[in-house]
Design a protein around this ligand. Structure first.
Ligand code: GLY
Length: 486
């Protein structure tokens, strides 16, 4: 079954059960400062759950574009972590609750998709006897229902807002993938025999800044299931990168690199990173995120740069930007904004590749011997960042791959003292101007009479930039060579 078939079947299933199928909202949440990105299907429905707006439909279903960067370091290293994914979800705003949400989920997985019932387990919250009884009645034997605390079975979209206990459905890949411990089951910390497939959240409270939970006037249902994970389970692929959502991208990058996917575990990591990051980058750009040094734009930049490190490992012919048309072909039929902007998106990625290319090459040349040495001092990490523009989190990730710890607190302290130094320098420079009030009239006038009180020799921006870079470069070179800790 293709991912397109499964997406359609999910939406049809809930449409037949009186849910209004709505389009995905943007990856940039609308009017919600609590989250940088849309991290779940429920984000566009928060005001309905909170009772702040009247829902136009009591039940909805969506396939929502979602972006999560919290596990970005893991992406590529296993078969189930992603930054961008499509989240299938059904929602009830004060309409049905657990008594329907659980049987719906069971019916969809076992009747519609025909997953083997004996492979499905339920995780519920410790206190949730009601869900235990519903699962039992639905057909799951008590030994396949496990109870957990808040760390596994409580869900909230962020520190504040609608939240509640949840029940997760886990797929059992089979004993052969297990750790063999007698208590092995969903959320096992020793093996990945079980895969969480679907999360059914029973929205019950509104949580405030201090963590206090106030019961909502109407309870709701918010479910979330990754289309990519589900496609992998339905097609019995342990890795979601082996499904139709990713294979065209992986094959493309493998062709560019001239080495087949599956021939070397290390290069396979890079293929998976590129496949995921090509999708994430393309979808973020399609929704209007632009590369920047802070906020969303910085996350995007970080994704592009992480992909570039892996592209570089695969060889000079491999480029993230060349994956954009493939993402547009794969996801354009569902999200037309990708298709219509594919050229602009590829161009933006290309210009980021050019921009960061030099820093990447220089940074890697510097970093490589240090990694081989086996230690990395905070001053070195700071130097790579401050002088060569090599991102700290990339250094930390590359170090981690080699089992080297970076003292990020010490790096942050160096950054802070550098900021303090430059603040002092700036205020010293402006001191002679202090006390002379000057009023900006340019909003209302194009001309004005005024008097010149001082004349400073000021270099042009390009010249100033070059001098600054030169000076910093020379200083850093000195620090680099003379650093006693090196
Ligand atoms: N909103 C439920 C989930 O993302 O798991």
């Amino acid at each position: 079954m293709t991912s397109a078939d499964i997406r359609q079947r999910f939406l049809n299933f809930f449409k037949e059960r009186d849910h209004k199928v709505l389009p995905s909202s943007s990856l940039i949440p609308f009017g919600d400062p609590t989250t940088l990105f849309t991290i779940a299907g429920m984000v566009q429905f928060k005001p309905y759950f909170l009772g702040q707006a009247k829902p136009p439909y009591p039940r909805t279903a969506t396939c929502q574009k979602v972006f999560r960067s919290v596990d970005i370091d893991l992406v590529g290293h296993d078969g189930h972590h992603l930054t961008f994914f499509e989240m299938l979800g059904n929602f009830s705003f004060g309409d049905y609750f657990k008594e329907k949400a659980i049987p719906y989920a069971w019916e969809f997985l076992t009747k519609e998709l025909k997953l083997e019932t004996a492979r499905l387990w339920a995780g519920i919250h410790n206190d949730d006897d009601e869900s235990f009884e519903i699962w039992k009645k639905t057909g799951v034997p008590p030994e396949r229902i496990r109870r957990f605390g808040d760390e596994y079975n409580f869900w909230a979209a962020g520190p504040t807002g609608p939240c509640g206990p949840d029940s997760e459905i886990h797929y059992d890949w089979g004993e052969e993938y297990g750790c063999g411990r007698p208590d092995c089951g969903p959320n096992c910390e020793h093996c990945d025999r079980f895969l969480e497939v679907w999360n059914l959240v029973f929205i019950t409270w509104n949580r405030d800044e201090s963590g206090v939970r106030t019961p909502l006037p109407k309870k709701g249902i918010d479910t979330g299931m990754s289309l990519e994970r589900l496609t992998s389970v339905v097609n019995q692929r342990r890795s979601l990168f082996d499904t139709d959502a990713f294979q065209p991208l992986i094959q493309h990058f493998a062709e560019e690199a001239g080495k087949p996917y599956g021939s070397d575990p290390e290069t396979d990591v890079s293929y998976r990173v590129l496949a995921d990051h090509a999708r994430g980058t393309t979808m973020l750009l399609a929704d209007g995120v632009v590369p920047a040094n802070d906020g969303r734009g910085y996350v995007l930049r970080r994704v592009i740069r992480r992909a570039m490190v892996h592209a570089r490992r695969l060889g000079p012919a491999v480029h993230l930007s060349s994956g954009v048309p493939i993402v547009a072909r794969l996801l354009g039929p569902v999200y037309p904004e990708v298709k219509t902007q594919a050229d602009r998106i590829a161009e933006t990625v290309r210009s980021e590749e050019e921009r960061f290319g030099v820093a990447l090459r220089q940074g890697m040349e510097r970093l490589q011997p240090l990694l081989e040495r086996g230690t990395l001092h905070p001053e070195e990490v700071f130097y790579l960042h401050d002088t060569l523009g090599f991102p700290i989190e990339l250094t930390a990730e590359l170090a981690k791959e080699r089992g080297i710890e970076v003292d990020l607190e010490a790096v942050a302290a160096l950054m802070q003292s550098q900021r303090d130094r430059s603040r002092t320098a700036t205020s010293n420079f402006s001191a002679p101007l202090a006390g002379r009030a000057s009023r900006f009239v340019g909003y209302d006038h194009l001309e004005a009479d005024t008097s010149v009180t001082d004349v400073f020799p000021v270099a042009g921006e390009a010249e100033r930039g070059a001098r600054r870079a030169n000076r910093r470069h020379r200083l850093a070179e000195l620090e680099w060579v003379e650093s006693p800790r090196r």
